[in-house]
Design a protein around this ligand. Structure first.
Ligand code: FAD
Length: 346
C-alpha cells in the first residue's frame, strides 16, 4: 500500500513528458479577436521561450480564417484552426468537444484562456473533461523551467493572500487570466507561422443547445477596461448624489470614465458594471483617481496595472496611500472642486 502513490506518480511522470507546447485560446466574437487573447499571446510567448517550446493559438469559429495573420503577428508559431458553421457562436458543448479533441491529439503542456465569460465557461468545461488542473482568474504567470511547472498566481481567501498554484501531476496545466492583467506586446508585422486545420466532424444534430437569437445588451456600454482615465469613487463620497456630483463632475471635466468601489456599488449609488476590483473589472488606465476609497486588497488587485494612481482620502493611514503614485490627504468635497478648474485647462 505504501508504494502505491510513488508508483502512480512515476507512471504519470512518463506520460507527462509527452505533453509539449503552450496554447492560447483565441477568443473571437463576430470575427473580432478579444484583446485578452492578444495579451495572452504575449504572456504565452514568454512562457514558451523559457521552456524552449512552440506557442500555438487555437482559433475556433465560422469564417474566421482572416484572423490568422494577426495571431502570428502577436507571437504564435502555430495556429490550430477549426472553421465550421456549427462553431459560429460560442457554445460550451461544441467548443469544449472540439478543444478536448485537439488537446488529446496534440498534447499541449500549458493552456491559457482569458477570464472572460466565454473563457471561464470553456476552461472549466475543458478541464473537467480532461480531469486536469485549472487555476482561474490569475494575475501573474511564471514557469519553473526545471520541473516544467506553470506557476499560476491568483488572489485567494477573499483576496487576503496571493496564492501560487501548480498542477504537479496533471497535464495540460490550465489557467485563465483576467483581461488587462498582462501587457499586450507590440505585433511584428509580416510574422508568419504554421497553420494546422484538423478535420473534426461537426453537426447540429444531437446538440443540446441551439442559438435562436442574439440579443445585444441595451443601455450604455461601460468599457472601463479600455478607458485611459478613470475617476473612481468609494464610500467616502458619502451618498449617491455626492458620488455623482464629485466623481461625475471630475470625470466630465477631464473626459474620464467613472468607476466605483464595491462599497459604492453595494450602497446602490451606481450599477455593478462600474465596479473595479476582484469581483468587478480589472483596469489599466493611464491615470486612476481613487476618491474616498480606502484601498482594500480586493480593490487594489483591480487597479495595479494603472500607470498613475492618484488617491484622495481624509485618513493618512489609508492603505491606498501605500499603492498610489500621488496621494492627497484631505476631504474630496473640498479638493476635487479645486482640481477641476486647472485640470480642465490642460
Ligand atoms: P471603505 O473601505 O469604507 O473606505 C472609505 C474611505 O473613504 C476611507 O478610507 C475613508 O477614510 C475615506 N473617506 C471618508 N470620507 C472622506 C472624504 N470626505 N474625503 C476623502 N476620503 C474620505 N471591493 C472593491 O472595491 N472591488 C471589488 O471587486 C471587491 N471584491 C471583493 C471580493 C470579496 C470576496 C470581498 C470579501 C470583498 C470585496 N471587496 C471589493 C470589498 C473590499 O473588501 C472593501 O470593503 C471595499 O473595497 C471598500 O470600499 P471603499 O474603499 O469605498 O470603502
Amino acid at each position: 500500500v505504501k508504494e502505491t502513490p510513488s508508483v502512480k506518480v512515476a507512471q504519470l511522470s512518463g506520460d507527462l513528458g509527452r505533453y509539449q507546447g503552450v496554447w492560447v485560446f483565441i477568443e473571437q466574437r463576430e470575427g473580432r479577436i478579444m484583446p485578452v487573447s492578444l495579451e495572452l499571446l504575449g504572456a504565452g510567448r514568454k512562457l514558451a521561450d523559457k521552456l524552449g517550446v512552440e506557442l500555438s493559438g487555437v482559433l475556433l469559429g465560422n469564417q474566421v480564417r482572416a484572423l490568422v495573420d494577426t495571431i502570428y503577428e502577436y507571437g504564435a508559431d502555430k495556429i490550430y484552426l477549426v472553421d465550421h458553421p456549427v462553431l459560429n457562436y460560442y457554445r460550451a458543448e461544441t467548443y469544449m468537444q472540439v478543444f478536448v479533441k485537439l488537446v488529446n491529439e496534440y498534447l499541449p503542456e500549458i493552456i491559457l484562456m482569458g477570464a472572460t465569460t466565454t473563457g471561464r465557461d470553456l476552461a472549466g468545461a475543458v478541464a473537467t473533461e480532461l480531469a486536469t488542473g485549472l487555476t482561474a482568474d490569475c494575475t501573474a504567470l511564471d514557469i519553473d523551467t526545471e520541473k516544467r511547472l506553470l506557476l499560476a498566481t491568483r488572489p485567494a481567501f477573499g483576496g487576503n493572500i496571493m496564492a501560487t498554484i501548480v498542477a504537479k501531476n496533471h497535464r495540460p496545466q490550465m489557467a485563465t487570466v483576467r483581461p488587462k492583467v498582462m501587457k499586450m506586446e507590440q505585433p511584428v508585422p509580416g510574422r508568419r507561422g504554421v497553420l494546422i486545420t484538423p478535420e473534426i466532424e461537426l453537426s447540429e444534430t444531437n446538440l443540446l443547445t441551439r442559438v435562436l437569437e442574439i440579443v445585444k445588451e441595451q443601455g450604455e456600454q461601460v468599457n472601463l477596461q479600455e478607458a485611459e482615465i478613470i475617476v473612481a469613487g468609494g464610500r467616502g463620497l458619502g451618498d449617491r448624489d455626492n458620488f455623482h456630483r464629485i466623481c461625475g463632475g471630475l470625470a466630465e471635466a477631464i473626459g474620464a470614465r467613472v468607476g466605483a468601489s464595491r462599497a459604492a456599488v453595494e450602497a446602490g449609488w451606481i450599477e455593478q458594471k462600474y465596479q473595479v476590483g476582484q469581483t468587478g473589472v480589472t483596469v489599466a488606465p493611464k491615470i486612476y483617481f481613487a476618491l474616498g476609497i480606502s484601498g482594500a486588497i480586493q480593490h487594489l488587485v483591480g487597479i495595479r496595472g494603472s500607470d498613475i494612481i492618484i488617491a484622495i482620502n481624509t485618513d493618512p493611514n489609508a492603505p491606498i496611500f501605500k499603492e498610489c503614485t500621488y496621494g492627497i490627504v484631505g476631504d474630496v468635497n473640498k479638493i476635487v472642486p479645486l482640481l477641476i478648474e486647472p485640470l480642465q485647462k490642460l
